[in-house]
Every structure is written in structure tokens, then in C-alpha cells.
Design a protein around this ligand. Sequence first.
Ligand SMILES: [Zn+2]
Ligand SMILES: [Zn+2]
Length: 261
Amino acid sequence: MENIAFLGTGGTRTPSQGTTCLRVSDHCVIDAGNLINTFGDEVFTIEHIFLTHSHLDHIIDIPFLADLFVTQKSISLKIYGLKATLDDLRRFIFNHRVWPNFEEITLIGHTDKTIELIELDLEVPYTIDDITLTPFKTNHTEGSCGYIIEQNSSALLFTADTYKCDRIWELLDERPNIHTLITEVSFPSSFAKLAYDSKHLTPSLLAEELQKCKRDDFTLCVMHLKALFMGTIIEELNALHLLRNGGKVLIDGDRINYTRP
Ligand SMILES: [Zn+2]
Ligand SMILES: [Zn+2]
């Protein structure tokens, strides 16, 4: 694929908006907040899901995908994440209580299990199709990470959910081939306490964070806005001139090219 398709961009699930879900190649997505409603019949082409963390808005379609795949696929659906994220899936979702344990259930007519959980190492590149994903630690939950998404040495940095996090700004300075930063802004600036407690960013926190970075040449896009506060957040982003170099608030269906336009 020539671009990343943003299938779900909301910080809230509404009738018109899904939650975090990026299609990064023909067979690979990051997070599973909006797969079922956006892929249609193509849903069976998904082979790899890289998770940023285990919050419900990022994993919600995985149980339904496993349920679809068990009678239709011949190879396991591979789900990647840091250890704490995979532990959460085992303990709280695929536990034979909330949902069947598809890690133990064999695909009908085949030998592979329905899902395979694969632990990621931080700062190690993983290549799927023609793209490379490198997870880095973020400041959101235990086991949360973002990804550097790279194709032919052209890269984007996707933080997913995070609070203040030095590593984001170090990576941007270390890797000049990152042309676009996609980060989150969940609440208006007046909700600083809630942002701290829930480990999310506001426009003024993002403005503070940007001071840590020497570069000012990358495009900055945001997502994960809480629907109730969308108008206020956008006003604040504009007042602080944060959507720099052609950046925008991403909506479901947006695409960003791997190569810088
Ligand atoms: Zn989260
Ligand atoms: Zn989230």
C-alpha cells in the first residue's frame, strides 16, 4: 500500500466514528478499534494486528474477528503487543468467561490455533509485507507503546494514547526520515487533571511537549479527540498553531502517504 488508512480515529465510539485502527499494509493493522465495520468482506485478508495497549477502544473488534476466523481461515491471526498487553488479553478477554480462549481453539479443518499472541521487544523493527514497525515505550498504561511505521526509509511516528513522553521527541530528533507525527489530544486544556489521571494529552500539554524537540519540519496530525469536546479542542489546537506543516485533525477514512508529498 502507498498510504496508511485511518479506519478509526475517535477517542469516543459514536454512530459516525470508530476508535483507533490503522491499516498499514495489505495484511497488517495497528489496533482493532474499527475493523469489522470498515473492512467488509476484506476482513479475512487481515493476518497481523499490532497493538498499542489493551484498552477496550483499541482491542474491541479482536474477539469478533476470532469468532469469524475460526471457521474460515487456515492460518492463525497473529496479535502482537508488549507483555502486559498480551497478559491482559489472556486474563480478561480470552479467558473462557468473557470470550472463548481462541489461543487454544484450533481452526476448523486445520492445525493452527485461531489466534497467536506474539510478544514484542521494544525498539526492535518488525517487517510485515513491505513495511517495518518499530515499537517504542509510551506513557499511558503498563505495556503501552507507539510505533515508527516505515516504508522504503520514509517514516511516520504514531504515538497512540500517551501522556508526556520524552522518547517521542528523542526519536524525532534521532530520525530525520520521520516526516509525520501522529499523536493524540483527548481533552481540552482545562482538563489537565483528568489528562494526568487518565494519561492523555491536551492541546496545552502537547504545546509544552513540543518544546522538547529540536525539529520543526515534520507534519503534526492528531486524533483520539473525545467527541463531546471536539469543537473546543480544535479551537485550542488552532490558537496554539499546533497542526504544523499541513497537519490536521484526522477523521475516519483519512489516508497519509508513506512518501512525503
Ligand atoms: Zn488508552
Ligand atoms: Zn484510546
